[in-house]
Design a protein around this ligand. Structure first.
Ligand SMILES: Cc1ncc(COP(=O)(O)O)c(C=O)c1O
Length: 414
């Protein structure tokens, strides 16, 4: 038993009533009702262009600002101007790279990993064309845990930035970002963190983490298709301008938001905080804002550990299964994004045999292509990935396990 009231939780996600089991949440979550309500509210009451002197435009501008404030609350940013908004995390990391390179010189270095999603590798690697030297922090052979000493050996006085994921979207492992930040800062460099696979599961605290930049996707965190990038204020101020050339350099964060972000989607982000506040209140915590975010994610984390344990215990007991990542369900170590392979079958075969049961899981490299290639899994259709979030139930995991057992019996009978 866990303390999470699943009837309450699921009642806030109208899409869950349709019979489909959603276990591909790392690809995109369902939306909390509150985010859709906020979206509709904006469109019906404030759908005008911002920046004009008439009252409706000023009101719309204030609403978009409240959306930015909600994202700052979710990230624990020191001020809302530290939040850059955009369409997707991929685009925001690309924008960040284009803004920062303007302040760097040929021969400056950036460290990327071989275990990040390509969205947080490609934008930095592209800077090679401008003379930036790319170094790669690789996982030790046979290990799922990066070695900080390997990072240390790559840091130099020319290192300008290190780009690393907070949680791997394949392993589900949580990286020791604070310890990484301390080393990166000691070397005089900046740290960019991809929080996309982490943010749906735990409260993000950019200040405690020591991240200079931190991106996440709203559409994987219970809102519609949108994304946010935190940037430490001083670093955004120092970054180049990628907006219109006549924008002043101190126009933070607009100089990083060419063409503006979607206003209605920005406003919808308030709904994520609304939902987390409602969740905290429904469990007896009479708190609001950041405190509610933290209280809600404590509840979420405990339930997710139960889900992860159920599946990992099953997978660990099967001799023909290789878990790609840690077999531990400990919520301090991992999120419930669980990847594995099954001996003698390709990942595609297994997932396609699960599909007809109405359980949505997925196979592939999930754009962590370098990692899947380095693990030697590219020619097996990558991994089978089951990615739960807090609205999933133990019953759903059991349904999946039952189907995996059926597939196993069918294979054995062949
Ligand atoms: C870990 C990780 N980083 C980045 C991304 C890219 O996010 P977006 O779709 O918002 O560009 C994804 C998407 O799957 C992801 O899983």
């Amino acid at each position: 038993m866990t303390g999470l009231d699943l009837e309450f939780v699921r009642g806030n996600f109208p899409a869950l009533g349709r019979g489909q089991v959603f276990l591909d949440n790392a690809g995109g979550s369902q939306v909390a009702r509150q985010t859709a309500d906020r979206l509709a509210e904006y469109l019906f009451t404030a759908n005008v262009q911002l920046g004009a002197s008439y009252a409706a435009s000023a009101q719309a501008g204030a609403m978009v600002q409240r959306g930015r404030e909600a994202l700052a609350t979710l990230l624990n940013a020191a001020r809302p101007e530290e939040v850059v908004m955009g369409a997707t995390s991929t685009q925001l990391f690309d924008q960040l790279a284009r803004a920062l390179v303007q302040t760097w010189a040929p021969g400056d270095e950036v460290i990327v990993t071989n275990f990040d999603h390509e969205a947080h590798i490609g934008p930095w690697r592209k800077l090679e064309a401008q003379g930036i030297v790319i170094r790669e922090w690789r996982l030790p052979a046979g290990s799922h845990d990066p070695d900080l000493e390997d990072l240390q050996a790559l840091l130099s006085e020319r290192t300008r930035l290190v780009a690393v994921t907070h949680a791997s979207n394949i392993f589900g492992t949580i990286m020791p970002i604070r310890r990484i930040a301390d080393r990166v800062h000691a070397a005089g460099a900046l740290l960019s963190v991809d929080g996309v696979a982490f943010a749906p599961h735990r409260a993000v605290d950019v200040q405690a983490l020591g991240a200079d930049f931190y991106g996440f996707s709203v559409y994987k965190t219970y809102g519609p298709h949108f994304a946010a990038l935190y940037g430490r204020y001083a670093q955004l101020l120092a970054a180049g301008n990628i907006n219109h050339s006549f924008f002043p350099g101190d126009n933070v964060p607009q100089k990083m938001e060419p063409g503006n972000a979607s206003y209605e989607l920005a406003y919808s982000c308030i709904g994520i905080v609304d939902y987390l506040e409602a969740l905290a209140r429904a469990h007896g915590a009479n708190v609001a804002g950041r405190e509610a975010v933290e209280a809600a994610f404590r509840l979420i984390s405990a339930h997710e550990e139960t889900l992860a344990r159920r599946l990992l215990d099953y997978l660990s007991a099967r001799p023909d299964v290789t878990i790609i990542g840690s077999p531990s369900a400990d919520a301090a170590l991992r999120v419930p994004t669980i990847s594995f392979t099954i001996e003698g079958t390709s990942s595609r075969e297994v997932v396609e045999a699960v599909d007809p049961t109405g359980i949505g899981i997925r196979f592939g490299d999930f754009y962590s292509r370098r990692l899947i290639e380095d693990l030697g899994l590219a020619d097996r259709d990558g991994v089978i990935r089951v990615s739960a979030v807090h609205y999933n139930t133990v019953g759903e995991i059991d349904r999946l396990i039952a189907r995996l057992e059926e597939i196993r019996s069918m294979e054995a009978a062949q």
